[in-house]
Design a protein around this ligand. Structure first.
Ligand SMILES: [Zn+2]
Length: 387
């Protein structure tokens, strides 16, 4: 067996109603005040109340920063860092989807240093030591941000950049499936397919390892059964819970082995048009998998992955297994209308961007410039015009 590393897993608490444990965890981590970074709409619909009432009841001071809407920007991270310094936050809580958790973990890591987020983009320099301990409370099931050491943030021009380092790990995660009950079917499907992609890409990457297989294949076994059920009936707490757990497990596959073509294409597309990350990633993986499995490299891993998804144990069976799961989750194979304006050249250029190319290089087979053009054309259902 070739050498590999197994990444750290933060302590996690799973169960309906477990958000009630947050005050106790805050005390264990060194006490408040607490800066709560969360999605604006969660505060609007009163979904932050369980958390804020619990903290108040225990006499823990907090500041609710319900400032995240859509992809968080570097400027937002910098202003939230300033707020954390002002209140001398002892703990940061990230409550929401991947955007809120990615913003929270970066704020927690850099706030005490007083330095700007941009200094650390693309791991240009190491993140400062001695960050504020942070707690993740996911309210969507998909990004796995609660267990990863990456944070994806938008720059002022809308293009995405990433941050990476052990300093971005949450100190604890609380997975409370009741928090995901209000998620509409479409978002349940889109965020869930993102988890499917993390598991599938982690288990089939060039960098895959026994850890990537352990987490990735188990997450796929759970998601193949539970995700369509959670989409069909959002009140099914059992299915919701299984999807929430599997999305954390899929996050661990990503954490250990990273992603490849699905995320290379979806990050590139997401820099050009507004499209949900999970939807873009599912469609990108569906467009690129037939090309990937036509190459001999990684065939065994593709086969194992197809089997974990309930299909025959062969690489050729994997694209159809993914397409079947997407259709059972009511995701149409059609590209959203907003993508019509994107040219193959523009998409391929973004796929080659230094922020994205590392993901393509993690595909099991070598991917050259012409291949990127071809996969951009497969994604957009347009022919290559710049060849
Ligand atoms: Zn993703």
């Amino acid at each position: 067996m070739p050498p590999f590393n197994v990444g750290r897993v933060p302590p996690a608490t799973f169960g309906a109603g477990k958000i009630a444990k947050i005050p106790k965890i805050v005390r264990e981590l060194g006490d408040g005040p607490v800066l709560i970074v969360c999605d604006a709409f969660l505060a609007e619909i009163g979904a932050t109340e369980k958390l804020t009432k619990g903290l108040s009841a225990e006499g823990i001071v907090f500041e609710l920063a319900a400032d995240v809407s859509g992809e968080p920007k570097e400027a937002l991270v910098d202003s939230l860092s300033a707020r954390a310094r002002e209140i001398e936050a002892g703990v940061v809580v990230g409550l929401g989807g991947g955007a809120a958790m990615d913003a929270a973990k970066l704020v927690a890591a850099i706030a005490r240093s007083g330095r700007a987020a941009a200094e650390f983009a693309l791991a240009a320099q190491p993140l400062p030591a001695g960050g504020i301990p942070a707690i993740a409370i996911p309210t969507t099931a998909g990004t796995g941000s609660e267990v990863t050491r990456t944070s994806v943030i938008s720059q002022a021009d809308g293009s995405k950049t990433w941050f990476w380092g052990e300093e971005l790990m949450f100190a604890q995660a609380v997975l409370d499936p009741e928090l995901t009950l209000s998620l509409p079917a479409t978002l349940t499907a889109w965020t869930g397919i993102d988890a499917v992609a993390h598991a599938l890409e982690g288990a089939t990457a060039r960098n895959t390892s026994p850890a990537g297989q352990l987490y990735g294949l188990e997450a796929l076994r759970i998601l193949t059964d539970a995700l369509p059920r959670a989409v069909a009936d959002g009140t099914d707490l059992e299915a919701r819970g299984r999807v929430l757990w599997a999305s954390m497990v899929a996050g661990l596959a990503l954490h250990n082995c990273n992603t490849h073509m699905g995320h290379n294409i979806s990050h590139a597309l997401g820099s050009l048009v507004r499209i949900h990350h999970g939807l873009a990633t599912g469609l990108a993986l569906e467009a690129s998998l037939p090309w990937l499995v036509a190459h001999p490299e990684g065939a065994e891993n593709y086969a194992r992955t197809a089997k974990a998804m309930g299909a025959a144990e062969s690489a050729e069976a994997l694209p159809e297994a993914l397409s079947n799961l997407m259709r059972r989750c009511q995701i149409s194979p059609d590209l959203p209308a907003e993508c019509a304006s994107v040219t193959v050249e523009a998409l391929a250029t973004e796929m080659r961007n230094p922020a994205n190319i590392g993901m393509a290089q993690n595909a099991a087979c070598a991917v050259n410039d012409d291949d990127l053009d071809q996969m951009a054309s497969l994604m957009l259902r347009k022919t290559v015009v710049n060849a």
